[in-house]
Design a binder for this molecule. Structure first.
Ligand SMILES: CC(C)(COP(=O)(O)OP(=O)(O)OC[C@H]1O[C@@H](n2cnc3c(N)ncnc32)[C@H](O)[C@@H]1OP(=O)(O)O)[C@@H](O)C(=O)NCCC(=O)NCCS
Length: 321
């Protein structure tokens, strides 16, 4: 195969790829909205600097495509440069000819030559496909709690306002520093995250809301998630505490955030928050399996140690691409 890997301009990607992937990834949005949101992401601050779309061209035919996101990973005091891959796609009539594998292999060569340490993705298909290319699965689990099992306490929970964001970010960063490794979040990345939340690209079932437990200007706890009556669940994306020693507030806080929904579910949070999570059931995810392909020596050493995992999972669902 003499196919070639090339960047795809946002407008070309919108025209040639999005109509084919809408049924998979539009998350309930109509095509026009899906296209508009995707272009908005591409032209955002993070989008212009750290995001692109790539295609494998066989002659003039766009045979496979994907999205490419740059993120830094802190490992101890070191920084590794990572590239996230999303929306891996081959048009139906071209499948089974090796195009997606060839695209990913070319991308890995290209990233290696550019000094990138690792690639990562969230697999929605059998991980064997990505394992064959050198991706290693990391623990990827979900938790589920029954709201009725949690203690009830009268607490004044509020919707977060823009004034709470700095406190929320501070809590988040402090938790992340307590782990052996984590994805870094720059101000541009936070903006990107808020934009994606506004688009609802991750949640076909409702809008993500952030609740805070606020005392004056002090935010003692926060949780971002979606109340989904269809699933009788509050789906948690991210949560945090100002002070882990006050972890007793988390259970009644989550219960309040769930309103009258029966269950509280979500990806198993990373440490240290995972330790504060009330007891419930935990099982492996069947989709969005986090996988990493190390392509530098430093990344190989990190993945060997990190893939074993601990009692918490390594990433938040807000890192999903
Ligand atoms: C997955 C996908 C990108 C593979 O593209 P492709 O160009 O056909 O891939 P290749 O020819 O390089 O490899 C084909 C292999 O992919 C694997 N594969 C394809 N779909 C798969 C699935 N749903 N589950 C597990 N493995 C799958 C199989 O091992 C297949 O081998 P086979 O043809 O012998 O059965 C394509 O099927 C697709 O676009 N699917 C819809 C979008 C999607 O699910 N993307 C992945 C998101 S994580």
């Amino acid at each position: 195969m003499t196919a070639q890997l090339r960047p795809i301009e946002p407008a070309t990607y919108a025209r040639e790829v999005l109509p084919l992937t809408a049924s998979l990834w539009a998350a309930g949005r109509d095509l026009e909205t899906y296209v508009r949101h995707t272009l908005e992401l591409a032209s955002s601050g993070y989008g212009r600097r750290h995001y692109s779309t790539m295609g494998l061209y066989d002659g003039s035919t766009l045979s496979a495509s994907c999205k490419r996101y740059e993120r830094d990973i802190r490992v101890g005091e070191r920084t590794l440069k990572a590239v996230g891959i999303g929306a891996v796609f081959t048009p139906g009539e071209l499948r089974g000819r090796g195009y997606a594998s060839a695209m990913l292999a070319s991308l890995m060569d290209r990233e290696h030559a550019a000094g990138i340490d690792a690639l990562y993705l969230f697999s929605d298909i059998e991980p064997e496909f990505y394992k064959a290319l050198g991706f290693v699965p990391f623990p990827s689990r979900v938790f589920s709690l029954r709201a009725d099992d949690l203690p009830h306490a009268r607490m004044t929970m509020k919707h977060a306002t823009s004034e709470d964001l700095a406190s929320i970010r501070r809590s988040f960063v402090r938790h992340e520093r307590m782990r052996p490794w984590s994805f870094k979040r720059t101000p541009l990345y936070w903006e990107w995250l808020y934009l994606r939340t506004r688009h609802g690209s991750e949640h076909p079932n409702g809008d993500a809301l952030t609740f805070v437990l606020r005392e004056g200007t002090r935010v003692d706890a926060y949780v971002t998630g979606v109340r989904s009556p269809a699933h009788d669940s509050f789906i948690v994306d991210e949560l945090g505490l100002r002070d882990e020693r006050e972890r007793d507030i988390l259970a009644p806080f989550l219960r309040s955030a769930a309103g009258d929904l029966r269950r509280i579910v979500g990806w198993l949070p990373p440490e240290p928050i995972r330790k504060s999570l009330p007891r419930g059931s935990i099982r492996r995810r069947s989709d969005a399996i986090f996988m990493v392909a190390p392509i530098s020596k430093a990344a190989h050493a990190w993945v060997r140690a990190a893939a074993i995992g601990g009692i918490g999972d390594p990433v938040w669902s807000t890192d999903h691409i």
